[in-house]
Design a protein around this ligand. Sequence first.
Ligand code: FES
Length: 131
Amino acid sequence: MTPPSDLPWWARWFRRSGRAKSPPARRLYLCTGPNCCTREEGLAAWCHLERRLGEAGLGAQIRAQRAECFNVCGDGPVGVVFPGPTWYGRLNPRRLDRVIEAHLIGGRPVVSLAFTPPADVRSPEPSAPEA
Ligand code: FES
């Protein structure tokens, strides 16, 4: 396990905040390919995500789950965050860190990385009804 001094600032803050004891507030589903990205890219993203959440002690606050194809099948690895949903593409480790920090921890979607999915997307959770 990574020593605390080697963690990014947000991971150290989250560990100290005690938020890890709360029920999961946000969920991230990540497609690991093979059509939106190569299996290697998908697994690299998934391993990075699991490692970051584990290092920061985020497992109780944020649920991450590998998912089957969302029917987006391009610009992957593709991820979707709930509540929302907010869809993200090309989630390489660097972009995943931005989503973890800003959206999963901070609650602010990363608009510059988000996209609108096609109409026939297969969402892993039903979306909240429109108000
Ligand atoms: S294979 Fe990832 S969205 Fe289809």
